[in-house]
Design a protein around this ligand. Structure first.
Ligand code: PMP
Length: 460
């Protein structure tokens, strides 16, 4: 008999943590977060942190939104669970589907639910495959993603992810996934090249990749409007317009992964809108429920849906779904989140506060450790460099931003060391006040001074 009452809250011995060095974790132990309020979280020692990452780019409405709590509670009392297989549905799932479709910047006609962003991406890839099978082009099996993209952790979404840390040891990416170049202009742009020219070069490279692989073997291209975990890479001038033109030439589907950008983050409702993307499939999660419940969604155009519905090889049965697809509590919470985004004019709010935030962050551009400050709306990154002129990274990269995140944490600021470079991510809750945004920027400035000595020892 084990006595469950006697279990300790900080005993890590039974856990394998995501994205955590397993051995170090056994020694250091966890940072135990026990409570949240507004834009802040509190640990088990009562220390307060301002969460400039919204958890993992997710809790847009902050940690104490009563309306979301009530939506969950009401739904839990009415119907805590039912599935949506074989014609079953529930009112929350139905209403959420309508609400989501009505908000999209392009005409989409159907929604399918998942529990996460990774599942949404896997589902999107399977939808693309299924579509091409139904359309009589079953040889279209390859998916093009991009280096430094983050699309999730599952076998397909983890393969689409272009961060090598997600592949090593896992036999990924699987062979049907190709990775195009990353459009990080500041780092990969050539001397004298304009943003437009750089974008054209990326589009030309994509076309070359398509031609080499064989255009009729390619099912879809997947992209985040703004690359999040890969370093908050905002697309350069003209980028998606030129990429889209190449895809159109070869009839390749566009999957827009809105898992981070969706629901106001960029100062428009969706990143696809901000950057002129015309997707055939869209994926959502995170802020879909403001992270209060695990839920993701995929939407498709009517054209795709018609083919999928009439697929003769499976008699139109889309053989895919989860026990919790359309979970009533998750859907009720997401529906309330979408209602709040609209009622509180998240777009107008982020357009304004985001402009202020971005402008304040640009104060760091002159700092000797800072290579580039970039972002849009309420998502940003600061890239640290060992040498400002040559843009040389610290060696090994990841060392200084790891220390930065730790020093920030000691100062009560949550930022995130991003994996593909020495960049720090910032993604505060959507309705942060001006003084909260100032607090984030000021604590960031303080940390920048604190990390300078460490950085100089780390081989500047
Ligand atoms: N797509 C993007 C763009 C993401 O940022 C993430 C998560 N960081 C995912 C997909 C995967 O979402 P989840 O962690 O909910 O599976």
């Amino acid at each position: 008999h084990s006595n469950l009452d006697a279990l300790r809250e900080d005993d890590v011995s039974s856990l394998l943590h995501p994205f955590t060095n397993a051995v170090a974790h056994g020694q250091i132990g966890p940072d135990v977060v026990v409570r949240g309020e507004g834009a802040r979280i509190y640990d088990d020692a009562g220390r307060e942190y301002i969460d400039a990452m919204s958890g993992l780019w997710a809790i847009g409405l902050g940690y104490s939104e009563e309306r979301l709590i009530n939506a969950a509670t009401e739904q839990l009392k009415k119907l805590p669970y039912y599935h949506t297989f074989a014609h079953k549905s529930n009112p929350a799932a139905i209403k959420l589907g309508k609400a989501l479709l009505s908000m999209l910047p392009v005409e989409m006609s159907k929604v399918i639910y998942t529990n996460s962003g990774s599942e949404a991406v896997d589902t999107a890839i399977k939808l693309a495959w299924y579509y091409w099978n139904a359309a009589g082009e079953p040889e279209r099996v390859k998916i093009i993603s991009r280096k430094r993209a983050y699309h999730g952790s599952n076998v397909a979404s983890g393969s689409a992810t272009g961060l090598t840390v997600m592949h090593g040891g896992f036999n990924l990416p699987f062979s049907q996934i190709l990775h195009a170049e990353c459009p990080h202009f500041w780092r990969y742009g050539e001397k004298g090249e304009t943003e437009e020219e750089f974008s054209q070069r990326k589009a030309d490279e994509l076309e070359k990749l398509i031609l080499e692989a064989g255009p009729t073997t390619i099912a879809a291209f997947i992209a985040e409007p703004v690359m999040g975990a890969g370093g908050v890479i905002v697309p350069p001038e003209g980028y998606f317009e030129k990429i889209q033109a190449v895809l159109d030439r070869y009839g390749i589907l566009f999957i827009s992964d809105e898992v981070i950008c969706g629901f106001g983050r960029t100062g428009k409702m969706f990143g696809s809108e901000t950057f002129g993307i015309r997707p055939d499939i869209m994926t959502f999660a995170k802020q879909l429920s403001s992270a209060y419940m695990p839920i993701g969604a995929v939407t498709v155009t009517e054209e795709l849906y018609e083919k999928i519905a009439s697929a003769s090889n499976t008699r139109g049965v889309f053989g895919h779904g989860y026990t919790y697809s359309g979970h009533p509590v998750a859907c009720a919470v997401a529906l309330e989140a979408l209602t709040i985004y609209q009622e509180r004019d998240v777009v107008g709010h982020v357009a304004q506060s985001g402009a202020y935030f971005q402008q304040r962050l640009r104060e760091f551009e002159s700092h000797p450790l800072v290579g580039e400050v970039r972002g849009v709306g309420l998502i940003a990154a600061v890239e640290l460099v060992a040498d400002k002129r040559s843009k040389k990274l610290f060696d090994p990269f990841g060392k200084v931003n790891g220390r930065f995140a730790k020093l920030a944490y000691e100062r009560g600021l949550i930022t995130r060391a991003l994996p593909a470079s020495d960049s720090l991510g910032l993604c505060p809750p959507l309705f942060c006040t001006k003084s909260e945004l100032d607090e984030i920027v000021d604590k960031f400035a303080d940390t920048l001074e604190a990390v300078t000595e460490f950085a100089s020892r780390a081989g500047r």
